[in-house]
Every structure is written in C-alpha cells, then in structure tokens.
Design a protein around this ligand. Structure first.
Ligand SMILES: NC(=O)c1ccc[n+]([C@@H]2O[C@H](COP(=O)([O-])OP(=O)(O)OC[C@H]3O[C@@H](n4cnc5c(N)ncnc54)[C@H](OP(=O)(O)O)[C@@H]3O)[C@@H](O)[C@H]2O)c1
Length: 262
C-alpha cells in the first residue's frame, strides 16, 4: 500500500463473518488493511474472522447489523469508523439466495422481495451512505478510495431455477455502474466482482451438482470449484490499487465459466 495514502487503509466488508466476505476480509488484512468485520447476527463467527485479522497484525472490529434495515446503515458505518478511522474501501458483499430453487414459473413474490431487499435495495443505500462520506474527504492523487460490489455471474447468466436471484444480482451489477459513473471524478473507484461457484454455506446445497458439471461438462474452464480466498485475493488486489486507471469494470472470478466459446 502506498505510503502517501491519506489515511491508514481501512475496509468495511459486509457479510464477512463467513464465506466469501470472510475470504475478502482476510485477504485485505494480508494486504495491510484494518478491517471492520460484519455479519447479521453471528457474533461468534464474526469474532473468529476478527481474531484472524488481528493475528495477521492488523486491527479489526466487529459490527453486527441487518442490512435490510436501512435506518441502521449510518450507525453501522459510524461504529466502524469510530473504531478504525475513515473507511478507504467498502465491500458490499452480504447477500442472499432465493428462498427456494425451482421453476421461475413458480417463483414467489416473497422470494423476489427477499432477493431484491438484500441484494439490490440494501446494497444501493449502503453504497450511497459510504459514498457520501468518501466524497467529503481529502484526496491524495496516489490514494485510492474504492467500493466493491459482489454481484454474481448470475447478473449475466440466466438460471431458470432461481430467476429472482438473477434479477436481483443484475440490479447489484447496475449499482456498481451507476456509482462508478458518479464517483470517478471524486477519486472513488467502483468495481463489480462477479463470483462463479464458490464453496460457502450459501452454495453448499448445490455444490455436488456443480462439481459433477465441472467434471463431466466442463462448466468452468479452470476445472475446480472456487474458494473464498480466490475472491478475496482479487478484491484485495483491486482495493490496494492493483487496477489503476480503471473504474466501473466487471471482474469475473468464475474459473472462466462465462468465457464465450464456440
Ligand atoms: N457462494 C457462491 O457461489 C456465490 C456466487 C456468486 C455470488 N455470491 C454472492 O457472494 C456474497 C456472499 O455469499 P456467500 O456464499 O459467502 O454467502 P454466505 O456463506 O451465506 O454468507 C453470507 C454472509 O452475509 C451475511 N448476511 C446475510 N444476510 C444478511 C443480512 N440480511 N444482513 C446482514 N448480513 C447478512 C451473513 O451474516 P451471518 O453470518 O450473521 O448470517 C454472512 O456473513 C452474496 O452476495 C452472494 O450472493 C456467492
């Protein structure tokens, strides 16, 4: 990390008690970031992530909060900044799957609203709340404020057994585009990270089938399931300035699953 950075690099990673967010939080710590670890309610797992960050020689704090409660957003960010200082990176990772996989002809309003509340509405307003703070802060030409949104290959690839999730992730991807367009001139760079199939609690029920499709059908050109640290390494490289003169780009961490082929 550049020594001329205006503040010590501090990241807030939503949904970092477990899964992909945890992988991102640990990779950021390994790059020199202090990290606010967040989860909805799982204080034990969140503390475990925080302890590993401290073991890497960085500072960590735990912030718990329901992202669907928009009135809680300011307080969550405030809590993180009070403990660690101004945020230089915010990772909108927390998200949910469809309530039930099944034919899109049977998708329920409840599942649609569930996906849209967490993957779209909460991500939009969290991004807005953080961006409002970042634009008021002093900038350093060598410095790098970033906001990363974790959408999914499902923002692009249509799955007919969880259509409402795909629709909500397309919204997450557009949040990245809109805020990238607004914030580039302010020195805040925004990226859309699109994981493929990553081994976590969320994907666990479908993993055996995906593994079979990797082995038998070549679903991913890199022939393995993704791991949270794969996404973490990519996210931390971006946050540490590894992609200079870039904003608004989609970065797929999907084992080349969506590479167009003939
Ligand atoms: N796994 C995949 O294959 C995959 C692929 C593409 C995209 N993604 C996306 O990557 C992100 C992370 O997925 P994951 O697989 O790591 O999920 P996960 O294993 O289910 O972990 C979800 C994390 O988000 C938090 N969270 C969930 N709902 C929340 C809410 N309403 N308020 C606050 N925190 C909440 C959880 O906190 P608690 O621990 O407190 O519950 C947990 O830390 C999601 O946006 C997902 O859509 C995942």
């Amino acid at each position: 990390m550049s020594e001329s950075f205006p503040f010590w690099p501090v990241a807030f990673v939503t949904g970092s008690s477990r899964g992909i967010g945890r992988g991102i939080a640990l990779a950021l710590a390994a790059k020199g970031f202090d990290v606010a670890v967040h989860g909805r309610s799982n204080a034990v797992e969140a503390q475990r992530t925080a302890d590993e960050i401290v073991a890497l020689g960085r500072r960590a704090t735990v912030v718990l909060g329901e992202i669907g409660d928009l009135a809680r957003h300011e307080a969550m960010i405030e809590e993180a900044e009070a403990a660690l200082g101004p945020l230089t990176t915010f990772v909108n990772n927390a998200g949910v799957g469809a309530l039930k996989r099944g034919d899109v002809l049977e998708a329920s309003v409840e599942s649609y609203d569930h996906c849209m509340l967490y993957n779209a509405k909460a991500a939009f307003f969290l991004t807005q709340a953080v961006a409002r703070r970042m634009v008021t802060r002093p900038r350093d030409p060598a410095g790098y404020y970033s906001i990363l949104l974790v959408s999914s290959v499902s923002a692009t690839a249509a799955s007919i057994n969880r259509g409402e999730y795909c629709v909500s992730k397309a919204a997450t991807a557009m949040i990245a585009q809109v805020f990238a367009a607004r914030l580039a001139r302010e020195g805040v760079y925004v990226f859309d990270i699109q994981p493929g199939v990553i081994e976590t609690d969320m994907s666990r029920p479908a993993l055996a089938d995906y593994q079979r499709r990797i082995d038998e059908e070549g679903l991913t050109l890199i022939p393995r399931l993704g791991q949270p640290q794969d996404v973490g390494t990519v996210a931390a490289s971006i946050a540490a300035g590894g992609l200079p003169y870039v904003s608004g780009q989609v970065i797929r961490v999907d084992g080349a699953m969506l590479l167009p082929r003939l």
